[in-house]
Design a protein around this ligand. Structure first.
Ligand SMILES: [Zn+2]
Length: 81
């Protein structure tokens, strides 16, 4: 057997790539398909998106009604200005 055998054989991604910060509740959330993505590295977690009246379609795997995130987008625009 080769001494160079890859243990596990699975590529590990860094924690930074697995976690995103919710723009609303500021919790670190594990990235998931059902997060509402605002922009690069910025998400609204599922709980917050639902609270903001978004509707997620489990079968389609996407948001059919976008949550109200205007204030968060405005905040982001200010932060990056
Ligand atoms: Zn949140």
């Amino acid at each position: 057997m080769s001494a160079l055998a890859v243990i596990g054989g699975v590529m590990h991604v860094s924690e930074d790539e697995q976690y995103a910060c919710c723009a609303d509740c500021e919790r670190e959330v594990l990235k998931a398909d059902h997060d509402y993505v605002l922009g690069a590295g910025t998400v609204v977690c599922f709980d917050c998106a639902i609270r903001r009246r978004g509707a997620y379609h489990e079968i389609l795997g996407r948001w059919t009604v976008a949550p109200k995130v205007d204030d968060l987008l405005a905040q982001m625009a200010r932060a990056s200005a």
